[in-house]
Design a protein around this ligand. Sequence first.
Ligand code: GUN
Length: 296
Amino acid sequence: MTAKIIDGKAFAANIRGQVATHVARLKADHGITPGLAVVLVGEDPASEVYVRSKGKQTAEAGMNSYEHKLDANTSEADLLTLIAKLNADPAVHGILVQLPLPGHLNSDLVINAIDPAKDVDGFHISNVGLLGTGQKSMVPCTPLGCLMMLRDHHGKLSGLNAVVVGRSNIVGKPMAQLLLGDSCTVTIAHSRTKDLPEVCRRADILVAAVGRPEMITGEYVRPGATVIDVGINRIERDGKTKLVGDAHFESCAAVAGAITPVPGGVGPMTIACLLANTLTACCRANGLPEPDGLTA
Ligand code: GUN
């Protein structure tokens, strides 16, 4: 069997297009422009690339982008003062503090200082609790993107066996909650799981989010299963730097029914969902209906 390649790049472009259409309508009908504030502390090169990309795509969708670049030595008090200002600013509908933060800053404290209604990352403890109890929340962008692709590929997910490999707060745990919300039978596996290949072979949907390059091989995949590869790992091969996922693409694609590639799979969906969340937050703040198909 050769798997269908799920084209995340095209899917994300479609989502961004839908967001842009809604934004244009919000402006024309209500005079409202959604605004996203991104806060970057320090000069981590990977974070700078992400933040630049977020700013560019926010503007392309017709939204206002507010970038706050702070010195690596910024105190916690100064960062919290900025967050309080953004919380109170009616032009700002979404706030994202780029992680990781420098070591002297307490990420949990900083994230939990964001107004939950503006927490477009879905990392605030209130949003985690709301998602866990099946209530309306802001949903973390990467798992939301995975859910959208899965719904598109499968139609209904109800009753399917889903195995999520990885238990991070950013991907693994919220991914499991979302799949449960769509009535999948969900297993969260991780590096300590006994007989991991056997557990993974039970999956109709296998989400690889372990952060280990090419760890999930074809041996882990049930014939015909859908493999969602969340990993983005930079490795050296044949003297070149290469981007690979947590799944070994060739061996998985030989067994799976469908698979997301790296790059061009889950990756582009994260920022697309960030834009979707900013639009959703803006609609909620203004008491307007939420756009269909862009939330969980
Ligand atoms: N760093 C890497 N990914 C993310 C993300 O999705 N959100 C934030 N805030 N920081 C990140």
